[in-house]
Design a protein around this ligand. Sequence first.
Ligand SMILES: [Zn+2]
Length: 298
Amino acid sequence: MKQAIGVDIGGGSIRVSLFDEEGKELKSNHTKTPEHLDNQSFLEILKESIRPLTPGAIGIGVGSPGPLNNETGVLLTSANMVGLQNVPIKQTLERAFSLPVYYENDANCAALGEAYFGSYKEYESQLILTLGTGVGGGFVNRGALYTGYLGNGIEIGHTTSVIGGALCGCGAKGCVESYFSTRGFLNRYFEKTQTKLPNAEAFFDLVRKEDPISKEILEFGTLALAHAVRGAIHLLNPEVVVFVGGITNSYDLFGKHLESEIRSNIFSVLNERLKLGKGRNLSGTLGACSLVFAKKKV
Ligand SMILES: [Zn+2]
C-alpha cells in the first residue's frame, strides 16, 4: 500500500505524520518552533522534522495558514511567525528529498482530507467549512480541490453577511466570521457585556446555561452563517456541505437551526439531493497528506 507524508505547520509547532492510503497513521513527530525565526533556520527545522519519515513515502503534502502561493509553493507571510517572509517551502523540500511536494493553505487541506477520508467520502462534490477561530472553506469536486487563483479561494468566512456590520480581523466590516467563529462570538459577547471570555467552550457553556446574551449572539451568528452557506450553495451546487472544526463540538446547540435555515432558503431543486452535516474532524497532517493521494487521482 502506498504511503505519503502530511506536514501541518502551525503557529509554534510543526507536526509531521506518515500515512497509508487508507488514512492510517504509521509514524509521527511533533517539533516546537522558536518564536523568532528567519527563513533559513525555519527551513532547517522543517527538513529535519520530515527526514526520519521519508523512507517509503511517495510524496509530501504541506499545509499552513496563508497567505501563500500554491503554484510556486511559497509561504508569503505568517501572522504567528513574524520573522518569515517569502519562504520557498516546495522548492526546498523537493531538493532535499527528491519527492513531489504539494503545498496548500490549511483550510484547503482540511477540506480535501475530509472529502477523501471523512464522513461523506463517497460523494463527488463537497463544500467543507471549518468552524474555529475563524471560518475557513474548501470545495472538492470530483476528487479535485478547487483553490482559486494562487490558492486562496473559498474564503467564505470573509463574505459579507451584514452590510456595515462588526469589524473583522481582515479589516472589513460585516464578514460572516465576525458573527460565527470563536473570535466572533467572544468579540460580540465583549461588546454587550464588557466581559472577556477565554474561549469558545466558555461561550457555549453560557449557552447551555440558557444565558440570554450568549444565546442571542449564537442565534444571530447561526443565521449569518446559514445565509453565507446559502450563497455558496447557489454558487457551487455541491452535493454535500460538511461542517468541521472545534466549534462543531457544540453542533447540538446550533446544528438543527443552521440546517433548517439553509434548507428553507435554497432553491427547492437543490434541496432534494443536498446533504448537510457534521464531519469527522480529521488531523491537519492527514489533510495535508491527502494532497499527495489526491494529485495521483486527478
Ligand atoms: Zn473578514
